[in-house]
Design a binder for this molecule. Structure first.
Ligand code: ADP
Length: 423
């Protein structure tokens, strides 16, 4: 198999977001969960996205995993590489964006790489090297209070400069908006100054398309999913990628459908409320007592009638902040999260055993737990349901379709529209 674009993503739902953009650009895309073991069978595709969980692990581990992913992608023929990071540049002074970007740059022997987390569709823009979330600087956004990666400095030149062993420069909007030759000139000037990372401004999709086109010969790009918008066209222009009307795989399976909602975000709670008003639903209450296996078995018993009639059942633990606080004070934050995640993992296995073949999972951690429990190794990326969330087909013996939704994504009727797409 010869792959054109090889991607390494530092988290799971971010990987899917990137894969979704590539499919919409006409590239057949497969996402793997970690670096596949030797001999894993993958279908022909134009882009491979290796989803790591390397955003907040020790930097040395993130580097080692990313280099292993790079070697695997190179072995599959990839000629250009994309290091996918969060559009809010989630990281700390210890890493992991800088150390991983350094290691990839050095392994590929590249002189400089463009770095740009901008994604205007999601209200992330970069100007004068400063990242904005909507109208406010990153350092004034809720990201400043993130429990693992508090972002208190909006200057990405400074942020990346503290993480990287190499000098970091700015590719300003004056160059980006002037187009390819101006970008080349600005990058050459940065190289002359010794910079190895160029934080690029981008305030419109058009800027990302321009940057993508200007980077067609560069072997490494580091950025948010938006930076990939222009890449499929480069491969088409070079005659490497045919026009594909069928970049997403056919999605027809028999069997039942279910929704597993473990996210407590506002978006997911309104999606849960919308669906619970129309479909059978079962609340997972971590305070009900019992192990994950017991809680899952009880939920399945409550749903057995509806599942038997072929109805779609919603299982949810989503709750408001006051309820969560109560649960956490009784069980402890970690323990509560693990209990709920493991209950969803057990539920997913139980639902598969009952011939459910279409599963929607809401929540990043919840999705991770479900995918691990089901032993999913790779996904073929299908059509988009809402921005950032496509249907996917699990590659393996059993037919199974998954929609894995990061908590905050999707409109209120996400669940019903997702299922409607498969009718
Ligand atoms: P999101 O994408 O919205 O962040 P996640 O699945 O990543 O969603 O995170 C939600 C976390 O909240 C999970 O660890 C989940 O187990 C936990 N959780 C879900 N429901 C409850 C609940 N009722 N009480 C306590 N914790 C919960």
């Amino acid at each position: 198999m010869t792959v054109l674009l090889g991607c390494i993503a530092d988290d799971f739902t971010g990987a899917t977001d990137l894969a979704n953009i590539l499919v919409r650009g006409g590239m057949r895309t497969v996402q793997t969960i970690g670096v596949p073991t030797a001999g894993t069978d993958l279908p022909a595709c134009d882009a491979l996205v290796v989803a790591l969980k390397s955003r907040t692990i020790p930097a040395a581990d993130a580097v080692a995993q990313s280099l292993a992913a790079l070697a695997w992608l190179q072995a599959h023929g990839a000629r250009q590489f994309f290091f996918k990071v969060c559009s809010t540049f989630d990281s700390t002074d210890a890493g992991n964006i800088g150390p991983v970007a350094d290691a990839l740059l050095e392994a590929l022997g590249e002189r400089i790489a463009v770095v740009c987390p901008a994604y205007p569709a999601n209200r992330r823009t970069v100007f004068q090297g400063h990242l904005f979330v909507g109208e406010v600087l990153l350092s004034d956004s809720p990201m400043r209070n993130h429990p693992l990666t508090p972002m208190t400095d909006a200057s990405l030149v400074r942020v990346l400069g503290r993480q990287s062993r190499h000098p970091v420069g700015l590719l300003p909007w004056s160059a980006v908006s002037a187009g390819g030759p101006a970008i080349e000139q600005a990058l050459a000037a940065l190289v002359a100054q010794g910079a190895r990372h160029a934080v690029a401004d981008a305030v419109r999709d058009e800027d990302l398309f321009t940057l993508g086109a200007a980077c067609r010969q560069r072997r490494l790009l580091t950025g948010g999913a938006g930076l990939a918008l222009g890449l499929p066209q480069n491969f088409r222009a070079a005659g490497l990628l045919p026009e594909r009307a069928d970049s997403d795989p056919p999605l027809c399976v028999g069997g039942g459908a279910a929704v597993l909602a473990g996210s407590c975000s506002e978006a997911t709670r309104s999606q849960v409320a919308e669906m619970a008003s129309r479909q059978p639903s079962v609340l997972i209450d971590p305070l009900a007592g019992g192990t994950p296996v017991e809680l899952a078995a009880s939920a399945l018993r409550q749903a057995s009638g509806a599942l038997g009639r072929g109805e779609t059942v919603l299982f949810y633990s989503s709750a408001d902040p006051a309820t969560i606080a109560k649960v956490q004070s009784r069980l402890g934050q970690e323990q509560a999260a693990t209990l709920v995640e493991q209950t969803f993992a057990e539920l997913a296995k139980g639902l598969l055993a009952q011939q459910v073949r279409r599963l929607i999972v809401a929540g990043g951690e919840t999705s991770g737990a479900v995918v691990a429990a089901l032993g999913v190794q790779a996904l073929a990326i299908g059509p988009q349901i809402d921005p950032g969330v496509p249907w996917t087909r699990v590659l393996g013996e059993q037919p199974l379709l998954l929609a894995l939704k990061s908590g905050n994504f999707g409109r209120p009727d996400f669940f019903s529209r997702a299922l409607e797409m498969l009718r």
